[in-house]
Design a protein around this ligand. Structure first.
Ligand code: PMP
Ligand code: GLU
Length: 398
């Protein structure tokens, strides 16, 4: 049969982070000792008290369909989390629980963006944002944040790309893939520009909120006049090492949440019942596990920054949050080893995988072709070994 996939699907790029991780897994299965720094997920196990809650939920028969937006107790736990941690007042009708933060982002984009409307995405960006916008038949508009600017955009840059067709701006802080963190003052600067425009919304992806090395997380929704135009995205995947449980949430204006509820009701139904019960405990119980993991990530950040700065030809920015390093590697473009020539950061990532046995992700998929991404959510030993392998592999390029 002929391939007659829809244009919608033919125009969609596969997730580069997941593809590289799969490639690294295949190499590992074939016996190669690969260090996987491609996919971004905590290497910790889900804390025991949360696992126990998941097991108990099964025994207590929380095994049926849940309400589409989530059980009342998880929505209540989210409302309390937003009050306690972010000093934001939401009602349970302004919260929707989904199958991971990823579905929340996609729900919001599909709910708001019409064909031909523009969505501003600062680059470097998380790989899935532009693809989700394309699914909605919207147009991604990129604003380049350079390494010299700590990978952050300025209000003037934002202003210069807003048009009458702009519907949404996607901000991610702490950022995947750069680890940059916007301060309260920087967000206020961006908010000033946004507030000048009617019918302009912000999707604030705060999934790395707790993996922050500079202090208190700033949420753009807390700035006067912004809550009614902001959709906060967050979840348990990163803070509580719960990537496989698939629980994320959005908090935002009720009409948007209601729209997403309708979409989700036709598309996936309510999220996993027992995972919701475990997530309630994650948010309501003692939070010391979050700080323990954050501290470990900070120590690893310091280690990888120190080691990567010693690698000739890499320009390293110090990440202030998340667990990614995003060094500039373009000084290697045009160089070769044997018959392998490096023209792009994806070529470099493939070379590092095959020659150095370290899986990373080329910056092309993040809209920043001069850089590549390493996830340091792995052991100190792996970090030391990976950078030593990368250094040796890069030294062979002439
Ligand atoms: N946003 C960003 C910036 C991410 O890095 C991720 C991780 N994949 C997500 C959203 C999605 O998180 P989840 O695993 O909860 O779907
Ligand atoms: N957020 C992670 C990453 O960027 C998970 C993979 C994904 O969902 O893209 O690597």
């Amino acid at each position: 049969m002929k391939n007659t996939l829809s244009d919608r699907l033919n125009n969609l790029a596969p997730s580069a982070t997941l593809a590289m991780s799969q490639r690294s897994g295949e190499l590992k299965a074939s016996g190669v000792d690969v260090i996987n720094m491609s996919v971004g997920e905590p290497d910790f196990n889900t804390p025991d008290h949360i696992k126990e809650a998941g097991k108990k939920a099964i025994d207590d028969n929380w095994t049926r369909y849940s309400p589409v937006p989530g059980y009342p107790d998880i929505k209540k736990a989210i409302v309390e989390k937003l009050k306690k941690e972010n000093n934001l007042e939401y009602t349970t009708d302004e919260v929707l629980v989904s199958n991971g933060a990823k579905q929340c982002v996609c729900n919001a984009v599909l709910a708001l963006v019409n064909a031909g409307e523009e969505v501003i995405i600062p680059a470097p960006y998380w790989v899935s944002y532009p693809q989700m916008v394309k699914l909605a038949e919207g147009t991604p508009v990129y604003v380049e944040a350079k390494i010299e600017a700590d990978f952050k955009i300025t209000p003037a840059q934002l202003e210069s790309v807003i048009t009458p067709k702009t519907k949404l701006i996607i901000l991610c802080s702490p950022s995947n893939p750069t680890g940059s963190v916007y301060s309260q003052e920087e967000l206020e600067g961006l908010a000033e520009v946004i507030k000048k425009h009617d019918d302009l919304y912000v999707l604030a992806d705060e999934i790395y909120e707790h993996i922050n090395y500079v202090g208190k997380h700033a949420s753009i929704a807390s700035i006067p006049g912004m809550k009614e135009r902001t959709i906060i995205i967050n979840g348990v995947s990163k803070a509580y090492a719960m990537t496989g449980w698939r629980i994320g949430f959005m908090a935002g204006p009720q009409w948007i949440v209601k729209g997403c509820n309708k979409l989700q009701g036709q598309y996936t139904s309510g999220p996993c019942s027992m995972s919701q019960k475990a997530a309630v405990v994650a948010w309501n119980a003692d939070q010391s596990c979050v700080e323990e993991m954050r501290k470990a990530f900070e120590r690893r950040r310091d280690l990888i920054v120190k080691l990567a700065k010693e690698v000739p030809g890499l320009e390293v920015n110090v990440p202030q949050g998340a667990f990614y390093l995003f060094p500039k590697c373009s000084s290697y473009f045009g160089k070769s080893f044997g018959d392998r020539k490096i023209n792009t950061s994806s070529d470099l990532a493939m070379y590092l995988l095959e020659e150095g046995h370290v899986a990373t992700v080329g910056g092309d998929a993040f809209g920043s072709p001069e850089c590549f991404r390493m996830s340091y959510a792995t052991s100190d030993e792996n970090i030391v070994e990976a950078i030593s392998r990368i250094k040796a592999a890069l030294a062979k390029l002439k």
